[in-house]
Write a protein that binds this ligand. Structure first.
Ligand code: ATP
Ligand code: MG
Length: 352
């Protein structure tokens, strides 16, 4: 009980050491005073050495016991999650224990400071994401509301506008579906939840299919979309066909949306050893160098009004980057304002 109390605080420990030293000093003085004068100096020196040794040993043992009783539990608490390290504590002697504790605490504090920074950033990210999502959903929802109200207010009976308003409603609904699908996809991609279905396929066919899907849109904007040359032989790649098709679609549709009237989009494929490189080049409006590093961020749009006019949310390139990097491949961009833009990405060739 008493021993336990002594090791509770540094104060009780200091008190015990002080008592030991004063007792020894007191006893020494009494004993030395009884001795003849000519022996006193010698005995005093010997006795001082004796007191020094006893005090040193007693302090050493007591301080060690104190450290062990008070610090080991702290150390164990610090490592309570890590079983292997908690066991290690038992094997460390007191000197090492203090050194290690100091070192590990520093590491722990640094790691937690990083963790707090990361959590704060995630929170900022989450708020920004929610803000962006609701903002993007608002426009088509309000549009739908407007069309429906007009139809209810008599527009339904007016043959000059009823069909047009219903068609616009459908367009806004499709836009809503598109945004929700993109959001779903980007959430999955960012959480690393998307499984890739890798297969061997001919990239030329996939690009042709993309051209066909976007033919109407390109024609409407008076833009020609074609290969840089005639690819008569198939070019085989190993990737997730559906995802690469999505990436190609996003890149080609961007080249149309941000192209100039009468402009052109050219797709080329280059053999670069174990991989192939696909390039989507346009001679459109281009991207300012200061915006270039940010265009792969989600919701980032250089010219918001132009992008919105095309029905853009700013998710397309973020999705493309995730898809390509998910394949452990590289995506790049180069652009000159008013001259055009080239996006390029690599894909693995099938192994032999
Ligand atoms: N080929 C391009 N030429 C010029 N600017 C481009 C091109 N591709 C993308 N951008 C710019 O980068 C921005 C981000 O593109 P991204 O595809 O991510 O979004 P978006 O096209 O605006 O919307 P979304 O693709 O989600 O419908 C665009 O808003 C546009 O400003
Ligand atoms: Mg886009």
């Amino acid at each position: 009980m008493l021993i336990k109390k002594i090791f509770q605080t540094p104060r009780s420990l200091a008190l015990l050491i002080a008592i030991i030293v004063s007792l020894l000093t007191g006893i020494g003085f009494v004993l030395i005073s009884t001795l003849p004068k000519n022996q006193q100096l010698l005995i005093l020196i010997a006795y001082t050495l004796f007191v020094f040794t006893i005090t040193f040993l007693a302090s050493l043992i007591l301080v060690n016991l104190f450290v062990s009783k008070r610090i080991k539990p702290l150390y164990k608490a610090l490592y309570s999650i890590d079983k292997a390290n908690a066991d290690l504590v038992e094997e460390l002697d007191q000197n090492n224990l203090l050194q290690r504790l100091e070192y590990d605490l520093r590491i722990w504090v640094e790691a937690h400071a990083d963790e707090i920074d990361r959590l704060k950033q995630m929170e900022r990210y989450r708020k920004e994401f929610l803000g962006n999502v609701s903002h993007e959903l608002k426009t088509p929802i309000f549009n739908i509301q407007g069309y429906v109200l007009t139809l209810l207010d008599g527009g339904l009976e007016d043959p000059t506008i009823n069909r047009r308003y219903l068609e616009r409603t459908e367009k806004s609904i499709n836009r809503l579906i598109g945004i929700v699908e993109d959001l779903e996809l980007i959430t999955k991609l960012e959480a690393g939840e998307l499984q890739l279905n890798m297969e061997r396929f001919n990239i030329i066919n996939l690009i042709e299919e993309t051209f066909e899907a976007l033919e109407h849109r390109a024609r409407k904007r008076n833009i020609t979309v074609k290969f840089d040359k005639d690819y008569s032989k198939p070019i085989w790649v190993y990737a997730d066909k559906k995802r690469i098709s999505q990436a190609l679609y996003n890149l080609v549709i961007n080249s149309i949306n941000y192209g100039k009237d009468g402009g052109k989009t050219t797709v080329s494929i280059t053999d670069i050893g174990t991989r192939v490189q696909v390039e989507v080049n346009d001679n459109g409006i281009g991207i300012d160098q200061k915006d270039l590093p940010r265009i792969f961020e989600r919701f980032y749009r250089v010219d918001k009004s132009r992008s919105r006019e095309q029905g853009g949310t700013g998710l397309g390139l973020a999705i493309v980057k995730h898809i390509i990097e998910g394949h452990k491949q590289v995506i790049g961009v180069r652009s000159s304002l008013n001259q055009g833009t080239t996006f390029s990405f690599t894909l693995d060739k099938p192994g032999r």
